[in-house]
Design a protein. Sequence first.
Length: 465
Amino acid sequence: MKYEAVIGLEVHVKLKTNTKLFCSCRNEFGKKPNTLVCPVCTGMPGTLPRLNKEAVNLAIKAGLGLNCKISKFSRFDRKNYYYPDLPKGYQTTQYEMPLCTDGYIDIGGRKIGIERIHLEEDAGKLIHEGDKTYVDFNRSGVPLVEIVSRPDIGSGEEAALYLKKLRGILLFTGVSDCKINEGSMRVDVNVSVRPKGSSLFGAKTEIKNINSFQFTQEAIEYEIKRHMELYEEGNTPQSETRRYDEKSKKTYAMRTKEDSSLYMYLPDTEFVPLYISEEEVDELRKKMPLLPEEREKIYVNDYGLTDFDCENILQEVHFATCFEEAAKLSKDAKNTANLLISHVFSLLDSDKVVRIKPSRLAEVSNLMTDEVINSSTAKKLLEKLWEEDFDVETYVKENELFQINDKDVLSKFIEEAAEENKKIVDDYKKGKKKALKALTGIVMAKAKGRANPKLLNTLINEMLG
Ligand code: ADP
Ligand code: MG
Ligand code: ZN
């Protein structure tokens, strides 16, 4: 039998607001437990929530970035359940009337549907230490959107592509910082398998809270295989929630699937329905920044970058800003991109902050384009700029880092090198490629790394070839 996989993703994303969804406690990660709390977000009786308008605006921006309809009216509901990290006894979310519906993400020619985006609050966090469990309410009431895809995804690879695209859109619209390691982007996957071409759905399993896009892909691939094997043996997969173990690269059953009716969703009567006017949506639409896809078009068409360049530069918003600012000042934006990707990105720390001003990057790039310096000098300059800022042209002058374009000077170095390294010259004459590289290296060292590499190559060929 031939099978096909059916996959839908539910992604929780923390919104980049200053404060929580219903109170003025700060929305910050990594603070001392229970220091960002108040009676509202800890669910004290008699307190009144007030909706954070900025959270609503960011959720709408997510909707616009993901091609959704923005609902004129949406509503908050209570998802009732008991758990120690949820002092209110319910989560305020949107169930029946979500804020955004019917969008899609284009993953390279194929559209993956987005069923809904709803606003909701996060729960607190349990911390297990030995036989004790502590609870930190700093996360209680932090604003989230949940982005629910349609079951349109066909493989682990497509899921990873979808997530990458989703992350890019949320980053560039400023909706979320999408830091997976801080839990500000959390992925649940739903997987089922059916006979190829069938219009019915097979039983689905859900894998919760996977830690990276790579693991998401692996977990899906494992799960698809597991379902197929079950069907082949004449069995059916259980509808259940599973977890993915990154070490064994397998999924394990956690619990059978709870029925959504068990949650007892009820309208949250503390809120009137949320009304969003068309004017408000238009206002936000006008302020939408360019999405990664649109930037990619500009990079390719106007600057001659490759897909590889675009993928690297569009990983982070500030990478893109740095490139774009430098490109505006550059005589050759492609060369600027090359310098950024191969030299600057290799200097990044785990915080990924670029410690070089875009204007300096452009200065270095332009000196290279004008053949004033060569690429190894450019690399050294960038490494130095990483430590401290300085005027590049002055520095090059003062330290005499000019590229040596003088034929006579280079010829003299080559003669010297040949004299001192007869064996290598012999090897070179016998056609050994390595010998050319070695010889170039020796001459380059004599020129203190400043030889014009093209000219040097030509001269070596002329003189010894
Ligand atoms: P639940 O109530 O179990 O969470 P939903 O209908 O709300 O299920 O769907 C949740 C997610 O599961 C969505 O992303 C949806 O696309 C996906 N999904 C629904 N049915 C299937 C299926 N048969 N196989 C795979 N994914 C599915
Ligand atoms: Mg679900
Ligand atoms: Zn609070």
